[in-house]
Each structure stands twice: as structure tokens, then as C-alpha cells.
Design a binder for this molecule. Structure first.
Ligand code: GLU
Length: 477
């Protein structure tokens, strides 16, 4: 049985999933899961001018990639659908008519130019801009005549003249906002689509939303929403306004200073587990003093009480650290799935699965993003051309002596253990009397095409005995 907890993530499909959106989705998801509630995805696509093709698919696939499933929403019709606002216009119309009838809203025939002029004038006089309600003065008959004559118009909510709206926010406590700072909000646009404010309130009510999680930037709109609830005689949901996400210089997270699209981080090859963990901590402070949380742990530990109101600084170095840490600690099979496309794209033949896994296991020690794997594994699949200097070094008499010696010594019956390799290496140094760089450099050049790299046992294990010996042999003139 599900509980009465019903929450929603209500993005406007502007093209991609924003990091802030991912956080809202994650907190909603965690909160719904831990309370046996329902998590709804609602697409707020009432702004026809901002529609982007493929945006909804993108959004859904980013959520899927991040492991956030919704219970109701596009493709998962529940009893409260449709979940696209553009398919709910009749519903909004009915409620808007009700507001007009009751005198809580009124048609406004002012053109955009007229409004712009008013705005400019207010700016010049350094006044807070508010629509002057000139259309509210028309009589019922005058209004109807204009509508009948087909004059384009919007519908505005008539906010109270004097009032301080006080409401409780589960993150901020009591919040008071003076209605003086609030305009008569447009609730129906001239194209027949409602605005966010009206549509969100109607939907949150009809969809029985219990808690509204959203970014702090919506805090100042809450009185408009509360007023709508009041006009309709509905009980508002509980409010959970999440702190702003900030650039390191404390300005609001922006495209200019950081990538803001979730898919960019996925494309860049950060571990999704790390990204999720990192996003979870942007504003939520777990009770324990630790930083690494799996999705299951986030779901278990998340609590609204521990969401802070202070802005959360987006520190990319922390994400990098987390991503590397996850790549080192995740199951090898999981890391292998990050690595597979990287190998394939680089044209490396991974038909030998065991070798592929050995290479990934070694490479993951060094990486922050999946793409970085390549520079740590390519050498096991193909040897690049040596520089003239390295080739000369490899061909000189001493190097050739080293190679000729070790190729015999490493060619044991069976497979060498790490200890055996180390012992034979050490013994060889004594046997031929060549040590340090003069000993190791040619061996490494022969084996991996560069003078520095992983230790000998790692190279032997990853290449396998045959390939290891072949590479040494090939370097002998
Ligand atoms: N459509 C709004 C947005 O994309 C949703 C705000 C809300 O959750 O109420 O920000």
C-alpha cells in the first residue's frame, strides 16, 4: 500500500536536465521511496515559445541513466494524468473561468508594448513594477464587448491590495512576503495556454501533491500560489524550497562558469554513482560525518530537516575526487561497462574479455573519468611508434644485452607469480651488471612503448605470458 505522500518533479522541457533539476528529482525520489509514497514526473510544457524538440525524451532518458524512476508520468499513466500540461488545457480553462466568475481574476487587453512602457516608466522612477490594473476598471459589458470583438487578451489574477503572506517552509521555517512586491500575475496567456503559476497549482491540487520540492527561486512566487489555493478553497501542500546552487565565487550556478547539463557530465565520463552522490550533498547534510553515499543510502538517510537554507557551492574538484573514488571502489563489472565503449571507440580489440578486465582493473587506479582509461590501456593493445631517441636507446648494445637476457629468464615453465617476476628481475640485474634506468627503460620500451608505466608484474599479467615474451623478442634486433 502506498502512503499519502505524493511528490512531483515538474520540469519545463527546455532541452536538457539541469543539475538543479536532478537534485529536485533525487530529493523527491528519495523522499517518496522512504515514505512508501508516489513520485510523479509532470512535464510543464505550457510555454510554447520555449519548446525544444526532443527535450522530453532527453529529460526522461537522463533520469533513467541516473537511476531515478518515477511512478506516474509520461508513459506511466496513473489515475491523475495526463502528465503533460499541454494536454490539460480544458482542465485549466474550467478553473480560470471560475476565478473570473468569482472576481478573483480579470481579462487584461493591454498589449505587450503598453506593458513594456509601464515597466520602463517604473524603472525610470525607480519604482517596483506592478501592472496598474487599468483593464480591471472596465465594466462587465465593456469587457464582454471587447472579448466578443476578438481583442487579444490575457487573464490576470487580482492579488489582494494589502496583505502579508506568511507560510511555513520545511527548510526555512516561517517566511513572510508582502503582497506589495507582487504583481497581478498573468494566469492565462493570449495563446490560450495557462502560465506556470496557475497550471502548477491546479495540477498539484488535482494530483494530490503533499510536498512541493523546488528551487529557492520559486520562494517569492509562493504567495501567488497560496492566494490561488485560497480562491479555490483548497489546502496548499507543504513547501520545501531547496537552497540555490552556487558557483565557487558564490554567484548563482551558471552556464558561463560551469556545465549545468547532467548529460554533459555523463558524456564526460564521470561516474554516475559519484554524480548522484555529489548532487545529493548540494544542500543536504547527512547526520554522519562522511561523504560517500550510494543511491540506496541516500534514499534511506535523506531527510528534509537536514536540508540547509544556505546556498550550496558546486565544487567540481569534489566531483572529480568522488568520481575517481567510485571508479576505484565500484564492482569491476560496473567499471567495465564504463570502459567498454571507450575501448571500442578507440578501435581496441576487446574480444579477449579476461585481458580487457585485467586492463580495466589496473587502469581504474588512475582515472577520474571513463575516457581517461584509454591512456592507461592502449599500450596493452598496440604499441605506438617510438621516438627516434627512444628507438636509439632501445637499439644500443647495452639495451639489447638486457633484452636478450631477460627474454630467456622470463621464459619459465608455466606462469610466473608476481613474486617470481620480481625475483627474476632483481636477479637479472645482478647477472648482467646493468641496473637502474639502463635496465628498466629498454624493457619498458619493448613491452609498452614508453619508458615509464606500471610495474612489471602488472604488465606481465595484463599482456599474458605469450604477448609479454613476444614483445620483448620483437625488440631484439
Ligand atoms: N516548471 C518549473 C521549473 O521548471 C517547476 C517549478 C516547481 O517545481 O514548482 O522550474
Amino acid at each position: 500500500m502506498t502512503s499519502d505522500i505524493r511528490v512531483r518533479f515538474a520540469p519545463s522541457p527546455t532541452g536538457f536536465l539541469h543539475l538543479g533539476g536532478l537534485r529536485v528529482a533525487l530529493y523527491n525520489y528519495a523522499f517518496a521511496k522512504q515514505n512508501n509514497g508516489t513520485f510523479i514526473l509532470r512535464i510543464e510544457d505550457t510555454d510554447q515559445a520555449r519548446l525544444v524538440e526532443g527535450a522530453v525524451e532527453n529529460l526522461i532518458s537522463s533520469l533513467q541513466t541516473m537511476g531515478i524512476d518515477y511512478d506516474e508520468g509520461p508513459g506511466k499513466d496513473g489515475e491523475y494524468g495526463p502528465y503533460f500540461q499541454s494536454q490539460r488545457l480544458d482542465i485549466y480553462k474550467k478553473y480560470i473561468d471560475e476565478l473570473v466568475e468569482k472576481g478573483f481574476a480579470y481579462p487584461c487587453f493591454c498589449s505587450r508594448e503598453t506593458i513594456d512602457e509601464m515597466r520602463k516608466k517604473a524603472q525610470k522612477e525607480k519604482n517596483f513594477f506592478k501592472y496598474d490594473r487599468r483593464c480591471h476598471k472596465f465594466s462587465k459589458e465593456e469587457t464582454q464587448a471587447k472579448i466578443d470583438a476578438g481583442e487579444p487578451h490575457v487573464i490576470r489574477l487580482k492579488m489582494p491590495d494589502e496583505r502579508i503572506f506568511t507560510f511555513n517552509d520545511l527548510v526555512r521555517g516561517d517566511v513572510s512576503i508582502d503582497v506589495k512586491q507582487i504583481d497581478d500575475q498573468v494566469i492565462l496567456k493570449s495563446d490560450g495556454f495557462p502560465t506556470y503559476h496557475l497550471a502548477a497549482v491546479v495540477d498539484d491540487h488535482l494530483m494530490k501533491i503533499s510536498h512541493v520540492f523546488r528551487g529557492e527561486e520559486w520562494l517569492s512566487s509562493t504567495p501567488k500560489h497560496l492566494f490561488l489555493y485560497e480562491c479555490f478553497g483548497w489546502t496548499p501542500p507543504l513547501w520545501v524550497h531547496l537552497p540555490l546552487i552556487l558557483n565557487t565565487d558564490k554567484s548563482k550556478l551558471s552556464k558561463r562558469k560551469n556545465d549545468v547539463a547532467v548529460e554533459t557530465y555523463i558524456e564526460k565520463g564521470y561516474s554516475k554513482e559519484a554524480l548522484m552522490n555529489f548532487i545529493a550533498l548540494l544542500g543536504w547534510h547527512p547526520s554522519e560525518d562522511r561523504e560517500l553515499f550510494s543511491m540506496d543510502e541516500i534514499v534511506k538517510e535523506f531527510s528534509i530537516e537536514r536540508v540547509s537554507k544556505a546556498g550550496a557551492v558546486f565544487d567540481i574538484t569534489k566531483l572529480e575526487w568522488m568520481s575517481g573514488t567510485y571508479f576505484r571502489s565500484l564492482d569491476l563489472a560496473v567499471v567495465a561497462e564504463y570502459a567498454r565503449p571507450v575501448f571500442l571507440e578507440a578501435g581496441l580489440d576487446i574480444s579477449d574479455e579476461a585481458k580487457f578486465l585485467r586492463a580495466v582493473e589496473k587502469a581504474r587506479e588512475y582515472i577520474t573519468t571513463a575516457g581517461e582509461i584509454l591512456e592507461h590501456v592502449e599500450m596493452y593493445y598496440r604499441l605506438g611508434e617510438l621516438s627516434a631517441e627512444d628507438q636509439e636507446m632501445l637499439d644500443n648494445e647495452e639495451s639489447q644485452k638486457v633484452l636478450a637476457h631477460v627474454v630467456e629468464r622470463y621464459n619459465t615453465d608455466g606462469i610466473m607469480s608476481d613474486d617470481e617476476i620480481n625475483e627474476i628481475t632483481k636477479a637479472s640485474i645482478g647477472e648482467i651488471g646493468i641496473k637502474g634506468k639502463k635496465f628498466y627503460f629498454p624493457i619498458r620500451l619493448a613491452l609498452i612503448g614508453k619508458g615509464h608505466g606500471p610495474d612489471m608484474p602488472s604488465v606481465y599479467n595484463i599482456l599474458g605470458k605469450e604477448e609479454f615474451l613476444n614483445r620483448l623478442r620483437n625488440a631484439i634486433k
